[in-house]
Ligand binder design. Structure first.
Ligand code: ZN
Ligand code: ZN
Length: 383
């Protein structure tokens, strides 16, 4: 009874934020903008600066916002400029969109929909866009989805991106927004103009991936697993029942399936000694190591080191590699690109091309999960 009460309480607390269908995204979060040029590309915007003045701007009109100490200077072409604490642009039709150009000379100019709030904070101009969740998801798929051209692949990516967004919806709540637009959350470079991606987002509207306990999964993905994905505990130390190693026959002929890196035997010895190896180095063949299926550690004699440590230290494409001594060199022969946990993007693309649908693709890479509407997710706070 008590458990049920807690569950109801969680749903009560968290559910309203999700059902609004809106997400608050901080734009240009890595660029520290000093100024922004707001320009209406569709519809009509009301500009409100809490100073009893309301401006209306329509298509083609520009508003320049510049941080001025701890205030904002706002200027339009046809009205006097003014100083304010913050300014909000509210779309007045059902189809409003705008573009933003930051810091004057910056070539970056991206298109957004929904409303925009601008406020000065810690020496920068904070730009927060409230937009429709599904338009945001399509933009994320465009930015993160890779180069696939198949709708089932894009639907897979849309469900993954939506799951990730809701799972970390509170990540920035102390800063008055939900997500930032860089890879700290998910890359978002504005609206997608790709109709296939937009349709993929709409056709999977509201769908997320749930673990057997109805919580949102950690929807990890990577570029190419090299033929076998990694179990999460081998990479991040925490085990998840749905992030198990699977043998993946689909990505083997894709672009990132194999790689090779050569380094001098001397550099390899320096690295090994630094890592604690104190055995004999007279015969380089002792470093020989074959990784046919994924293992967690590199092993020579009684010395072991996690492969993920070598990957990080040497900036390798993956931890799925063999070590081949060759004369004065050490050749690292690797497979795949990325951490290897969860969905393999190039494998998923190949599956979609072979005719698998997004549900089959998700089931293949995430073990024992359910694809369901976000309203069925149980959100556990402070997870
Ligand atoms: Zn973030
Ligand atoms: Zn793969």
């Amino acid at each position: 009874m008590f458990r049920r009460l807690i569950l109801v309480l969680f749903l009560f607390v968290v559910y309203p934020a999700f059902t609004s269908g809106q997400v608050r995204v901080r734009l240009f979060s890595l660029q520290s903008p000093e100024s922004a040029v707001f320009s209406v590309t569709k519809g009509k915007y009301e500009v409100n600066a809490f100073n009893n003045e309301t401006l209306i701007v329509t298509k083609g009109e520009l508003v320049i916002i510049t941080r001025y100490n701890d205030k904002l200077a706002v200027k339009t072409r046809n009205a006097d400029g003014f100083l304010c604490d913050s300014v909000i642009f509210t779309g007045k039709t059902d189809e409003d969109s705008f573009s933003l150009r930051i810091n004057g000379k910056s070539p970056v100019r991206q298109s957004y929909s929904g409303d925009l709030q601008c406020l000065p904070d810690l020496g920068t101009l904070v730009l927060i866009n409230s937009c429709d969740v599904e338009e945001y998801i399509a933009g994320v798929v465009k930015a993160e989805g890779g180069t696939g051209k198949n709708k089932e692949y894009f639907k897979t990516q849309a469900v993954i991106a939506r799951t990730y967004m809701y799972k970390y919806f509170d990540k920035h709540s102390a800063d008055r927004y939900n997500v930032c637009d860089n890879t700290h959350c998910q890359a978002y470079n504005g609206l997608s103009s790709d109709t296939l991606i937009n349709r993929a987002a709409m056709e999977t509207q509201g769908l997320v991936i749930l673990a057997p306990d109805s919580s949102l999964i950690i929807s990890a993905f990577h570029s190419n697993c090299g033929g076998a994905t990694s179990s999460s505990e081998d990479v991040w130390l925490t085990s998840q029942p749905y992030l198990r190693s699977v043998v993946d026959p689909y990505c083997l002929s894709s672009g990132n399936a194999v790689w090779e890196k050569s380094l001098s035997l001397k550099d390899w010895l320096v690295f090994m000694k630094k890592s604690g190896f104190n055995g004999s180095t007279d015969d380089p063949s002792v470093f020989s190591f074959l990784q046919r299926s994924r293992v967690t550690d590199y092993r020579t004699g009684s010395f072991t080191i996690p492969l993920r440590t070598i990957r990080t230290e040497m900036n390798l494409r993956s931890a799925f590699f063999s070590v081949v001594p060759e004369g004065d060199s050490i050749i690292l022969k690797g497979k795949g690109y990325g951490h290897g946990v969860g969905l393999c993007q190039e494998g998923a693309m190949a599956m979609a091309t072979k005719g698998f649908n997004y549900r089959q693709i998700i089931d293949f890479y995430y073990f024992g999960v359910l694809i369901s509407d976000i309203k069925n997710a149980v959100i556990i706070k402070n997870e």
